[in-house]
Design a protein around this ligand. Structure first.
Ligand SMILES: Cc1cc2nc3c(=O)[nH]c(=O)nc-3n(C[C@H](O)[C@H](O)[C@H](O)COP(=O)(O)OP(=O)(O)OC[C@H]3O[C@@H](n4cnc5c(N)ncnc54)[C@H](O)[C@@H]3O)c2cc1C
Length: 444
């Protein structure tokens, strides 16, 4: 092994984007991933029965995720996103039926104001309440007061009605934060809303991959790193970090192979960081609390039907257990026959121990509450439970997120859980990775 190299542990989106970013700057990387495949919490596979590509969980991006868009451009897969020409959200309300929230092509903040006033999702009074919340979202000087609040407390402080919460804030916040309103922190939520709804109207356009997640994130990254002289090893489980003179010198794999490092980027979840770093480092100020980080689950139920009955690509469900339905037949371009719907429950604490049969029944009930004419049973179903889908964001965990820099000058931390100011998202993972790449450049 060459002795002058950046070693990246973890082949999720943060590890891959750190690898791409360093390769772009001419720095050779060695990426070590414990599993046989890359992608971490963003991967896809072929369903054996139908041949359809399934994601471990439907991912939705916004155009305002600038670093993600740039990363996909670099690895040559930006064209694999279907991007809305105008920001539109379709919801299904139990009493009002399908409702629309659309931002017109107007300058900021007129697009938000007109979008709220025109939406049939809100009552007359709720439109004014939404505009009151919009004022807070736009005002950067509210950040200090938001720092200790939950989303629910913030919604109280801006006078949102119970109906406004149920119809808009809940489906948006729970899926964006993967946490309940009473737990999720207000600050990263409001920052994300500012980015989405109060930047240019284009920022709020949703982008969904029209291929599986592995094709979107993994294949292009792998090719990019390979052609820039980097190395990727799967099945390479790092079990120990070896230090010399207060610097990382090598990592040791489970099979006892050792890999030398000039710099090390740990792009692994917090529970693996805890297992890998020495106690002295874990007692330091920025890492001493990572053992109290908890995780929040996401359930995805993929259901196949004889016919495609969904008119929209996706739809938010108001007042149901399922928050979003995705029509995979419309989203994924290489689609097969009949209908294929993915029903997503974020912050799924109450349901994660349910059996597959119970989850299929529950999501089917929710689907039928939107499409009562759907009489047929699913022809096939696959349930995916991601028990540690993201770390659980609370106002307290916001302060537990460590920076990318550590007390060891050639050791850096990447991942959606590190301090980026974003919720646990692809954008956060990429932002953390780019910061690590900048830091690693100083020592190679
Ligand atoms: C169901 C679901 C839906 C989601 N929806 C969205 C969405 O709509 N929009 C959005 O922006 N984000 C979404 N996310 C979040 C997004 O997927 C994550 O933020 C992102 O994938 C995190 O990437 P990461 O590289 O930080 O971590 P990970 O993907 O967890 O990568 C860490 C990698 O490190 C490897 N590893 C761990 N320990 C070792 C070791 N000792 N040696 C070698 N390798 C090791 C792991 O195997 C893993 O591959 C969703 C996540 C899930 C699970």
């Amino acid at each position: 092994m060459t002795s002058k190299q950046v070693v990246i542990v973890g082949g999720g989106v943060s590890g891959l984007s750190a690898g791409v970013c360093l390769s772009e700057r001419g720095v050779p990387v060695t990426l070590l991933e414990q599993k046989p495949t890359l992608g971490g919490r963003a991967y896809s596979f072929k369903d054996a029965e139908t041949g359809d590509i399934i994601d471990n969980g439907q991912h939705v991006l916004i155009v305002g995720y600038e670093r993600t868009m740039q990363f996909l451009k670099t690895i040559g897969t930006l064209h694999l996103l279907s991007i809305q020409p105008l920001p539109v959200l379709i919801f299904h309300h139990p009493q009002k039926g399908f409702c629309r929230f659309q931002l017109p092509k107007l300058p900021t903040p007129m697009h938000f104001i007109v979008g709220i006033l025109q939406s049939n999702l809100f009552s007359f009074m709720d439109r004014w309440r939404m505009l009151r919340a919009g004022k807070d979202i736009q005002a950067a000087d509210v950040e200090d007061s938001l720092a200790t609040m939950t989303v629910e407390q913030w919604l109280d402080s801006v006078g949102q009605s119970a109906e406004c919460r149920r119809s808009f804030w809940e489906p948006i916040a729970v899926s964006m934060m993967n946490e309940n309103l009473a737990t999720a922190p207000a600050l990263p939520f409001v920052r994300s809303l500012r980015k989405a709804f109060l930047g240019n109207w284009r920022n709020a356009c949703l982008a969904v991959p029209n291929v599986g997640l592995s094709q979107l994130y993994v294949e292009g990254s792998q090719k990019y790193i390979d052609t820039h002289g980097g190395k990727i090893s799967c099945g390479a489980d790092v079990v120990e970090i070896l230090f010399k003179d207060s610097l990382v010198e090598r990592v040791r794999l489970r099979n006892n192979v050792e890999v030398e490092c000039t710099a090390l980027i740990l792009a692994v979840p917090p529970y693996r960081v805890q297992a890998l770093l020495p106690d002295a480092m874990l007692r330091g100020p920025s890492l001493s609390d990572i053992q109290s980080i908890r995780y929040s689950p996401i359930i995805s139920a993929h259901l196949w039907f004889v016919k495609d009955f969904m008119d929209h690509e996706f739809c938010g469900l108001i007042g149901r257990r399922t928050q979003w339905l995705f029509n995979r037949r419309k989203i994924i371009k290489e689609s097969g026959k009949g209908g294929h719907v993915s029903a997503v429950i974020s912050a799924a604490y109450d349901f994660v121990e349910y059996s597959n049969e119970e989850l299929i029944r529950l999501t089917l009930e929710d689907i039928r509450s939107v499409y009562p004419a759907l009489a047929t049973e699913p022809t096939h179903a696959v349930v995916i439970r991601e028990k540690r889908a993201t770390f659980s964001l609370t106002p307290k965990t916001e302060y537990l997120r460590p920076p990318q820099e550590t007390s060891v000058p050639n050791l850096f931390l990447a991942g959606d859980w590190t301090n980026t100011g974003y919720p646990a998202t692809i954008e956060g993972a990429i932002v953390s990775a780019e910061r690590c790449a900048d830091l690693a450049m100083r020592v190679v």
